[in-house]
Design a protein around this ligand. Structure first.
Ligand code: ATP
Ligand code: MG
Length: 252
């Protein structure tokens, strides 16, 4: 599903370029959930952003294959149409575009790119109603501009609602748990779990083992010093919670 090989990524930092990812590799198979954990600034969001095609990153080496296709050759909207989805660590506010209008446009442009019929308004309304109810997103919020005036937790729920509607093949969730209250954490996790299936994979970036009690990962990777320095099962997250990253920072 997602095969990342020897990925090197740099950013412009002042007047020089700084390498953030330094040969990162891993393979996420269809139906699997992998968690990425690692210290602040280790490059977790950079990884998510590069997969989604956000501007401002230079890939200097390596490759990202998604369902066998070279992701780095695709425009961000082509990646989305192919079934890639990124839930942002800091969802952006888009004044002037109502959430409903955005959702309908996003769903229909993806359907169009796949050669499918556009949704009729009643079909769309039904899908939005179901998804918003499942994730506890109030209908008034859908009429507001995207994320404008939403609380931190509301923005995160809104991201997961988009995911539920777009039904991606691969979802990258960047700290979706941060800022969620205990009930919202459960609701959002249930939303993710409801979407789990043999043909859908998740890359879950988190700082906290607690999320992984709700969303059981197949593998946990530690990102430090620009590389995956260790991979293991869910027990690795518990170990990290107890011991921190000190030993990995030394290795890195
Ligand atoms: N566009 C950019 N310009 C300059 N530096 C950047 C840019 N994007 C990321 N960086 C730097 O790259 C490093 C990795 O950032 P990134 O956001 O990927 O970390 P992270 O692992 O997601 O951290 P956190 O756990 O705090 O979310 C940081 O030192 C950051 O300052
Ligand atoms: Mg981050």
């Amino acid at each position: 599903m997602l095969n990342i090989k020897n990925l090197h990524v740099s950013v412009e930092d002042g007047d020089h370029s700084r390498e953030i990812l330094k040969g990162l590799s891993f393979h996420l198979k269809p139906g699997e959930v992998h968690a990425i954990m690692g210290p602040n600034g280790s490059g977790k969001s950079t990884l998510g952003n590069v997969i989604a095609g956000k501007d401002g990153y230079e890939v200097t080496e390596g490759e990202i294959l998604f369902a066998g296709e070279d992701v780095l050759e695709m425009e961000p909207e082509e990646r989305a149409a192919a079934g890639l989805f990124l839930a942002f660590q800091y969802p952006v506010e888009v004044p002037g575009v109502a959430t409903m209008t955005f959702l309908k446009a996003a769903m229909n442009s993806q359907r169009e790119a796949r050669g499918e019929e556009k949704l009729t308004t009643p079909q769309f309304m039904k899908l939005v109603k179901d998804a918003s109810e499942m994730l506890g997103v109030r209908s008034e919020m859908l009429k507001r501009p995207i994320n404008v005036g939403f609380s931190g937790g509301e923005k995160k729920r809104n991201e997961i609602m988009q995911m539920a509607l777009l039904q991606p093949k691969l979802a990258v969730l960047d700290e979706t748990d941060s800022g969620l209250d205990i009930d919202a954490l459960r609701i959002v996790s249930e939303g993710v779990n409801a979407l789990r299936g043999p043909n859908r994979s998740f890359l879950v970036i988190t700082h906290y083992q607690r999320l992984l009690d709700y969303i059981k990962p197949d593998q946990v990777h530690v990102l430090a010093g620009g590389r995956i320095v260790r991979s293991g099962g869910p027990e690795l997250a518990t170990e990290l919670e107890e011991r921190g990253y000190a030993e990995f920072l030394e290795t890195a």
